[in-house]
Design a protein around this ligand. Structure first.
Ligand code: MOS
Length: 765
């Protein structure tokens, strides 16, 4: 049996370091060779769940249909700020088909993350939960919501972060509207001195919009009680996280709660935390003794399940004539809505470039708007948009090519902790990306093109975490017929986790792909794996799967030694056949070997090893954009994006390209189209559907070229994988913004760069 030990390991997740005690193997399996020397790792393998999905047979949460299942829907605040005086559910209760109603009348005692009740009578944004109705059908539930009578006092509201920070703004909490009562601050070096001594300084303000995750699959839970046992099918990025939150809220043992998520239509961070709706459905199901499905529809998703907060960023940068970046000052604020959240966007300013003098001051401000949730690289697309716009401005000021300027200020060690990286190939990304886009053909004179349609080229840098870490475990079962089942308590958000797990088992044990079954997304069967966020799933889970497969190989060799009466050291495992190098007569295949065993199934486990002490694992890259801007209409068209990144080893070239294409499209959308719009007079969102909330169609998508400059990060884990989901979106908007400037000679400092902003900027210039 493989042995394990416990260690403390540092893991970076979303926005902070966590030290975790984790079970890791005592016999780390060592790095794999380069992909060229592997059979299936890195190849463009089609998804093993692809047929289920395209044929419509894949079962998503909404598709779960249980006998006698009732339907629940939530009543949400229609106003941005109010205090409930009375809720009268009498009329709704008497509607035929209504089975139960939850509200502050009868569920006040249910706590939620220690901050407020599941139903607070203080409503802090349009969309805040008031009541939940369960009925025989969704139509009846929706009808009943309209019959609930609310007496409430409307309160003055504020939907703008700047206004909310002011003295006169309505207070959303007694302690004031600045979360934590003060800004987050960071400093290194002496910024003031560096500005005094600088050869060149740029200073400007950038702003970015609120964006909504809008994954294709709506948020949904189906709950079923069987005595004291609760099963929840939930659209979640974190089955274990949801399990513990539900158990806590209902004050029941985690062992009685089972969370299942088989297939998922995306999350992007909006499904990282358990939703209130899941707990409401569980309470109602217990009350009525029937299974309950609860759906959060598209409108509710646009109001209440999280957003990428807006940002206003004041940046001041300094450089010396030789192109050394000498100072960065970053001041920012953003609206986090009515509940705890985060609007920080200074990570890029703190760590993207080598810079000795940095100062950061950032405010997360309570407002009467929807809540924030981590959204694909929280803080980074907005932070890089401002920082890399300013970097281009500064390079221009000292008459340096912006690519060369970035190269010169590349950080060899982590600029905050002076720690070495497990791997960093940013310079290679700059070089290969520049070559692919044809950087040497870029306009030297911004806006120089003749005629109304002007072309330009721009670039931006990427930094993110994505190293993953322990604890993360997998179980592998091998059957007599040579088929295998690999089980892990992770979940596939649609990113390809099922497929790479099967590839790894195939790589190590030569079991045919169609004989490998992968079971994910079930807390009742899967050993613990972390939530799928921070681009950590593949870097955390893939090494555990490889460990389990290698342990299986060790076990099979031991069994073969006993069966063949050979010495273990003489046995080799090639293409699923074990043979004795000292005696060609002695050989046995897996089904043959297992046929001799008493066990009909043999099992191994595997675990992710610890992260190396004293090193930082990060992902890096650069994106390059080619655009054309019609100066008569203000319309920006992106013609090409080159994405060159260091993301460690590629497990599957096809799903990797999917991730990059998706991230770049989402980044382009953020650059040019998406924006949640709140009417400042009413405090209400005016675009709560995918018609009014603009996202790109296929005709808007440019040619996309993805270059991976890394072979693997062998120091990080036995697979050398770093994450790629979030890196893909980070530099896109900034690269497009810099290309737009290069095309028209006028800088757009506000996202999204809609035609009105382009025309306005051109007029002012
Ligand atoms: Mo996340 S924002 O789902 O990594």
């Amino acid at each position: 049996m493989a042995e394990s030990k416990y260690v403390k390991s540092k893991i970076f997740f979303e926005e902070e370091f966590e030290e975790k005690l984790a079970e890791v193997p005592t016999d780390p399996k060592g790095p794999w060779p380069a992909n060229d020397n592997l059979k299936i790792i890195g190849k463009p393998v089609s998804r093993i769940d692809g047929y289920d999905k395209v044929s419509g047979t894949a079962v998503y949460t909404f598709d779960i249909n249980l006998p006698r299942m009732a339907q629940a829907r939530i009543l949400r605040s229609a106003v941005p700020h109010a205090k409930i005086k009375k809720i009268d559910t009498g009329k709704a209760e008497s509607l035929p088909g209504v089975l139960g109603i939850l509200s502050s009348n009868n569920a006040q005692e249910i706590k939620w993350f220690n901050t407020s009740s599941l139903f607070d009578t203080h409503l802090r944004y349009q969309g805040d939960e008031i009541a939940c109705v369960v009925a025989e059908s969704e139509a009846i539930a929706l009808k009943a919501l309209k019959l609930i009578k609310i007496e409430f006092d409307e309160l003055p509201f504020t939907v703008d972060a700047k206004e909310a920070m002011g003295e006169k703004a309505p207070k959303i909490y007694d302690e004031g509207n600045i979360q934590g009562g003060k800004p987050f601050e960071y400093a290194r070096g002496d910024v003031d001195k560096a500005f005094q001594e600088a050869d060149a300084i740029v200073e400007d303000t950038f702003d970015t919009q609120v964006a909504i995750h809008n994954p294709t699959e709506v948020h949904c839970s189906v709950v079923n009680w069987d005595g004291d046992d609760l099963t929840v099918w939930d659209s979640t990025q974190a089955i274990y996280g949801v399990r513990d939150t539900v158990a806590d809220a209902l004050k029941m043992p985690a062992s009685k709660v089972r969370i299942i998520k088989k297939y998922m239509g995306g999350g992007f961070g909006s499904k990282l935390e358990c939703g209130k709706y899941t707990v409401m459905a569980a309470l109602l199901a217990r009350k009525i003794g029937r299974p309950v499905r609860i759906v959060v529809d598209r409108k509710e998703m646009n109001l209440a399940v999280g957003n990428r907060p807006n940002s206003v960023q004041k940046l001041k940068l300094a450089a010396s004539k030789d192109g050394t970046l000498t100072a960065i000052s970053h001041y920012s604020y953003g609206a986090i809505g009515g509940y705890e959240g985060g609007a920080g966007c200074s990570w890029p300013a703190r760590q993207m470039y080598k810079c000795d003098n940095v100062k950061v001051e950032e405010y997360s401000v309570f407002t009467n708007t929807g809540p924030t949730r981590p959204f694909r690289a929280p803080g980074y697309p907005q932070g890089i948009f401002a920082l890399d716009s300013a970097i281009d401005m500064l390079a221009e000021k000292i008459r340096m090519n912006p690519l060369e300027f970035r190269m010169k200020n590349n950080a060899e060690k982590h600029p905050m902790w002076n720690a070495p990286f497990t791997s960093k190939l940013l310079k290679e990304a700059y070089e290969q990306g520049a070559k692919a886009i044809g950087w040497d053909k870029r306009n030297n004179q911004p806006g120089a093109d003749k005629g109304p349609v002007k072309k330009g080229m721009g670039m931006a840098s990427q930094i993110w975490w994505g190293g993953g870490g322990p604890p993360s475990h997998a179980v592998l079962k091998l059957n007599r017929d040579g088929s295998a089942r690999v089980i892990a308590g992770t979940q596939d958000l649609g990113t390809g986790t099922y497929t790479f797990m099967a590839q790894i088992v195939h790589e190590v044990l030569d079991i045919p792909m169609d004989k490998i079954e992968v079971i994910l997304g079930d807390t009742a069967v899967g050993p613990y794996c972390p939530s799928s966020g921070g681009s950590t799933t593949a870097p955390s889970v893939s090494p555990a799967v490889r460990d389990a497969a290698e342990n299986m190989k060790i076990k099979l060799l031991e069994a073969a030694a006993a069966q063949l009466e050979s010495e273990k050291k003489n046995l080799v495992y090639v293409n699923g056949l074990i043979s004795d190098t000292s005696n060609p007569e002695k050989k046995i295949d897996i089904p043959g070997l297992m046929g001799k065993m008493g066990e009909q199934t043999i099992t191994t486990t595997g675990s992710r090893e610890a992260n190396p002490e004293g090193y930082i694992t990060q992902t890096f890259g650069a994106q390059f954009a080619k655009v054309e801007v019609d100066t008569l209409t203000g319309k920006i068209k992106v013609n090409k994006i080159v994405a060159a990144h260091d993301i460690g080893r590629v497990l599957n070239r096809k799903t990797l390209d999917n991730q990059f294409h998706g991230g770049i499209m989402q980044g382009l959308s953020y650059a040019l189209m998406e924006e949640q719009i709140v009417d400042i007079n009413t405090g209400k969102v005016v675009n709560t559907n995918l018609h009014d909330y603009k996202i790109p169609i296929i005709a808007d998508i440019p040619e996309i070229e993805v270059i991976i400059v890394s072979e693997a990060d062998p120091m990080n884990s036995n697979t050398g994988v770093k994450g790629c989901g979030e890196p893909a979106i980070i530099p896109t908007a900034a690269a497009i913004a810099n290309a737009v400037y290069n095309a028209i000679g006028v800088r757009i400092k506000s996202l999204p760069m809609t035609p009105d902003k382009v025309l306005m900027a051109l007029n002012q210039a």
